[in-house]
Design a protein around this ligand. Structure first.
Ligand code: GLN
Length: 536
């Protein structure tokens, strides 16, 4: 039978529930258990696809085309197993399901209420992955902080669920903060006590407390927390600030979080976790032999979370090359023809980021012209690739005012345009080209050499595409469409001939980079930037 672990948060948000969940999952996985993590978010959007990145960070896309919370990216990067639509549920989705059932007449005669109808639907979703038979353990991370109005139905659903599946089959891990008061020179346990008290009011006794802290918890503090919060002393887990999120699994191992969990779930400890590859990755990450400066040109750079998967993919690729990648964020709006050279001076590579809308578009074009003409490694992702196509059209092919129809619907040279089947769609949510698509790489292309094969699959999230009417012109002039979708002939990658590294991908390679499998495009881009840095 599948065992269930719930992870709740107290005191404040941003304590790192996602990383704790992913780290615990990693430890359990490396002991031989089949584990997955799902995230329940208490907002009313059906999914985060329609949220501004400033509001919620990056929108992570799964193989099956779900637009999800960025924590799912952490789950995949840690576990190296794909997540799916079922791994991210929002209050909006829960209500939508219940309301659809109501319209179908499923509750005929009944008043539809939060308890039991919404809580039943939440519980049904808790179980979906567990009932697939694919997992021994399902970790459910509850978004938000205990005490929020929005979280209440979830907490109530957890209470009922635990009672229904019986003791030993589930546990609740509560993540709290143990702040350090500099003036008193002390760690304070009161916020943790209050947060647990609040959970108790809702009928939930947490089994394990993970205490986020800037200083080590000594025995006295641990005893105090244990006594006041009714948990065993070995269930008070210290989660000290770490220099990288990838340290957290090892920190949790040291605190024996995995053992405590397995004992409480009445599961065998099996083998000691085999984390050799993980430690090897950390060793390379922490002992770089070189340094490279890469610009990330984008419109949401004030909030680095908006580009989470890209920055993590750089960390994986940097470790693979034993090289410290310093990502320097450059707001695309700040780039003009006059200052692009100045702003990009001294950088060893430029990545132009994905994005939507006109703001900052022309700045990206300037950055690309500069790196194309000066043989500086360039990597364009999604909108970044589209910008490269527009730049090449304008400045090499001489297509005056060439553009994407996203930026100018009336351009004379729509080198990037919307696909026919997108034109009739009026809804915004979940209507882009989403999820994994196959791509065939041209033999002898740089892309094929990088991947080491010609059939690949990558994830997408966009509405606009390369306009194939211009394909011949581009190819003749040296911007090669090196990857094509075999089903609909859409251009998925372009690369520039006679340039050390100039690659644009319509897909998002960053979504598939993991600790175990750093993405080859990122590795090669970092290598090219490193080579450029050494030449200088
Ligand atoms: N706005 C562009 C499109 O919809 C690019 C999207 C992206 O960068 N993810 O096609």
């Amino acid at each position: 039978m599948t065992k269930y672990i719930f992870v709740t948060g107290g005191v404040t948000s941003s304590l790192g529930k996602g990383i704790i969940s992913a780290s615990l999952a990693k430890l359990l996985q490396s002991r031989g258990y089949r584990v997955t993590i799902q995230k329940f978010d208490p907002y009313i959007n059906i999914d985060p696809g329609t949220l501004n990145p400033y509001e919620h960070g990056e929108c992570y896309v799964t193989e099956d085309g779900a637009e999800t919370d960025l924590d799912l990216g952490h789950y995949e990067r840690f576990l190296n197993t794909p997540t799916s639509k079922a791994n991210n549920i929002t209050t909006g989705r829960i209500y939508q399901n219940v309301i659809n059932k109501e319209r179908e007449g499923a509750f005929l005669g009944k008043t539809v209420q939060v308890v039991p109808h919404i809580t039943d639907e939440i519980k049904r979703n808790f179980r979906i992955l567990g009932e697939s038979g694919d997992y021994d353990i399902v970790i459910t991370e509850l978004g938000g902080t205990v005490g929020d109005i929005e979280s209440l139905p979830y907490i109530e659903a957890v209470r009922q669920f635990r009672w229904e599946i019986g003791s030993g089959n589930s546990l609740v891990i509560h993540l709290t903060l143990v702040p350090f008061l500099a003036a008193a020179g002390e760690l304070k346990t009161k916020p943790t006590q209050h947060s647990v008290k609040m959970l108790l009011e809702y009928g939930i006794q947490p089994d394990i407390l993970v205490c986020r802290t800037e200083h080590h918890l000594n025995m006295d503090i641990r005893k105090k927390i244990a006594l006041f919060c009714n948990v065993n002393i070995n269930a008070v887990i210290e989660s000290i600030d770490a220099s990288t999120i990838y340290d957290v699994p090892l920190l949790m191992l040291k605190e024996q979080l995995d053992k405590t969990v397995l004992t409480k779930l009445k599961l065998s400890h099996k083998n000691e976790p085999s984390l050799e590859n993980w430690k090897d990755f950390l060793g390379r990450l922490k002992n770089p032999t070189a340094d490279v400066r890469i610009a990330l040109v984008g419109k949401y750079v004030e909030l680095p979370d908006a580009y989470k998967s890209i920055t993590e993919a750089f960390i994986h690729a940097g470790a693979a090359k034993e090289c410290k990648v310093r990502v320097e964020y450059i707001p695309s709006e700040s780039l003009t023809p006059g200052n692009a050279v100045e702003k990009l001076k001294g950088l060893h590579g430029v990545l132009v980021a994905p994005g939507f809308g006109e703001r900052g578009f022309e700045g990206k074009i300037e950055a690309i012209r500069y790196v194309r003409e000066n043989n500086i490694p360039f990597f364009g992702i999604c909108l970044g690739m589209q910008c490269a196509v527009v730049e090449f059209g304008r400045n090499v092919l001489g297509l005056e005012n060439a553009n994407s129809t996203e930026m100018n619907p009336d351009t004379r040279h729509p080198v990037i345009g919307m696909m026919e089947d997108q034109k009739t769609i009026t809804n915004k949510g979940g209507t882009m080209r989403l999820g994994a698509y196959a791509c065939e790489l041209k033999k002898n292309s740089k892309a094929a050499a990088i991947y080491g094969k010609t059939s690949i699959s990558e994830r997408h999230r966009h509405r606009y595409e390369f306009n194939n009417n211009y394909l011949k012109q581009y190819e003749t002039a040296g911007l090669i469409p090196s990857g094509i979708n075999p089903e609909n002939n859409l251009v998925e990658i372009v690369e520039l001939k006679n340039h050390p590294f100039f690659v644009g991908s319509q897909f998002h390679p960053e979504l598939k980079s993991t600790v175990a499998n750093p993405h080859p495009l990122f590795i090669n881009f970092v290598a090219a930037s490193l080579a450029y840095a050494r030449k200088k």
